[in-house]
Design a protein around this ligand. Structure first.
Ligand code: FPP
Length: 255
């Protein structure tokens, strides 16, 4: 699928170069970091950084659609983020609710399929309702699959997989010797998606922060010092250029 919003001008040129030079990653995952620092640098409250971060989300989603990226996973709220000050958590939840409500129709008309991973039942009911509605409305689209990781933790994902596999073994439905990579993958919340080809982290931190752990075994990493609210389409083009310059060997030797 191609996004129904076509690139024009300099964007079109830039995108055509990327498409000509090499492969566009099929699945991009992003740790969106640095909203608070972006706000602090401007003497603004942290929530102003999160607000501006939503504008980056909008831009990146649009460009991923145009480039025919098939899956985009965004780490929007981690399990650990619940330990932030109550006020920030509630403002973030409100921002999320409004962002989904405001963007839903545009996402739908652009062919985006909205999905979530993480413990959605921990979110406020109003946010859950908004997510359920948006995922329902967009479920039959054929465009970019946008996966929001919310109240997500890579360790919990693996722990849950171990529990469900163990239950199958205990119930006699699975032979322990049959447990392999594929069975583990099929018990993770990401079972319907391929592993990310490219993992981007903004704000210069060299950490995974409990994001996708199993799934990034062979992902290419791209870390930029840009803060998330400053990460817009040109920064994504650079990340893809860097991805295209790598040789992915998946543990094998060069051809
Ligand atoms: C990290 O910056 C960012 C977050 C914890 C939240 C990211 C959420 C958004 C951009 C809004 C999500 C909206 C949609 C529609 C998906 P930080 O607060 O950790 O920044 P800091 O490290 O500079 O303090």
């Amino acid at each position: 699928m191609k996004s129904r919003v076509k690139a024009t001008g300099i964007d079109k040129e830039h995108q055509e170069i990327l498409l000509k030079v090499g492969q566009i990653p099929k699945h991009i995952a992003i740790i969106m970091d640095g909203n608070g620092r972006w706000a602090k640098k401007r003497g603004l409250p942290r929530i102003a950084g999160h607000h501006e971060g939503v504008n980056s989300v909008r831009d990146i989603v649009e460009v991923c659609g145009q480039l025919d990226v098939k899956y985009l996973t965004l780490f929007a709220f981690s399990k650990d983020n619940w330990s932030r000050p109550k006020k920030e958590v509630s403002l973030l939840m409100r921002l999320l609710l409004h962002a989904i409500r405001d963007e839903r129709d545009k996402l739908h008309s652009n062919g985006v399929v909205l999905k979530t991973i993480g413990n959605i039942s921990e979110l406020p009911t109003a946010v859950q309702d908004e997510l359920i509605e948006a995922t329902e409305i967009t479920k039959n689209n054929d465009g970019l699959i946008l996966i929001l990781a919310l109240s997500y933790s890579g360790k919990s994902d693996i722990t849950n997989a171990i529990k469900s596999i163990s239950k199958k073994v205990a119930d006699g439905k699975l032979d322990i010797e049959k447990i392999d990579d594929e069975i583990i993958k099929m018990n993770l919340s990401t079972k319907n998606y391929p592993d990310p080809d490219l993992l981007i982290r903004t704000s210069g931190e060299m950490r995974i922060s409990n994001f996708l752990l199993w799934q990034i075994a062979y992902s290419e990493f791209y870390i930029t010092n840009l803060l998330w609210p400053d990460f817009r389409r040109n920064a994504l083009y650079q990340a893809i250029e860097s991805f295209q310059s790598r040789e992915r060997r998946f543990g094998m030797v060069s051809g």
